[in-house]
Design a protein. Structure first.
Length: 152
């Protein structure tokens, strides 16, 4: 079953259960998928939908930080609940150990060890990690690894 079909099935169930938080979060995701399909003039595959879900999670986390700065605890709570729903459809994320392993291998293959080459390392390893790991986390781990290699 594709992610889109799964979302549609879960939307029906959320409506029957009168679960407004889940219903609204799924409707928003389906609307985003539909908009992207209209823009591309073709249906999205599961990989593209996964990327869209990751983007939505990132946007909502940014919204939470803005709402917290504005003192809007009601909206923070709403966004947090919707993030919990959306995360169920997020592709499985790699562990920090696996990310570190991939970045270490990339650094070794590129034969680089200075922190100035972070861009080169990121450019090489992000295609392998796209959708499977947060870019900010990858950058942090890559920087730490390059700094530790530089000290040796």
């Amino acid at each position: 079953m594709s992610i889109k079909e799964n979302l549609q099935k879960d939307l029906k169930q959320a409506i029957l259960d009168k679960n407004n938080v889940k219903k609204n979060a799924i409707r928003y995701l389906l609307a985003e998928i539909k908009n992207r399909e209209i823009d591309n003039q073709k249906p999205l595959d599961d990989d593209q939908i996964s990327q869209l879900i990751v983007r939505q999670l990132k946007q909502r986390k940014e919204s939470i930080s803005m709402f917290e700065k504005g003192g809007r605890t009601d909206l923070v709570e709403k966004e947090t609940q919707e993030i919990a729903v959306i995360q169920n459809y997020q592709p499985a994320q790699l562990s920090n150990e696996k990310i570190t392993e991939i970045i270490t291998e990339t650094i070794k293959n590129l034969d680089t060890s200075d922190t100035l080459s972070i861009g080169i390392v990121m450019k090489s390893c992000m295609p392998l990690l796209k959708g499977k790991a947060d870019g900010q986390l990858v950058k942090t781990i890559a920087t730490e690894l390059l700094e530790s290699h530089q000290k040796k």
